[in-house]
Design a protein around this ligand. Sequence first.
Ligand code: HEM
Length: 142
Amino acid sequence: MQMITGDQIATIVFVIETIVFISIMIGWIYGSKRMDYDTHHRMIYPAVLIHLITVSAWMIPRAMQLAEEGLFADPIANWYQIVHDVVGFVAIGLGVVLAVTFLVKSGMPLNILQKAKPLMWLTLALWLVSFILGIIAYLARF
Ligand code: HEM
């Protein structure tokens, strides 16, 4: 039986992450912008969950492998990967905190929503930065 290669996994992860990012954009454009919070939640919660799986199962082990192989020996050449990892951790951290907060405090209390909104923008911006750098990291494989 033929083994699946790292490049093939990277391609699958790249496609999944693209779908995840599109889902987040749909959640924003068709959900929160139109005050259709059901659509927003239906898009965001699975996206955060699937993203957590790809990062834990693929990206973190791969980041450890790259670190062993000398990622930090030439930080200037590998800047996009290092920035991707750091920004990515912050984006996920914020995404999980937001998702858990609204799962625990159901009914979207207005005071929490007001405090959370700037954090949602920050999460989206950092997510976009990490996604773009992830695309660069993916292209750099080939
Ligand atoms: C919002 C957060 C993140 C997004 C949107 C994201 C997105 C992506 C995408 C699209 C890829 C390209 C597919 C691939 O090459 O496998 C990728 C690769 C990668 N990501 Fe992330 N990622 C995020 C967070 C993280 C975190 C927290 C880490 C952990 C250190 C990480 C480490 C990596 C590594 C090591 C690769 C593979 C690079 C390679 O093998 O060439 N990412 N990421």
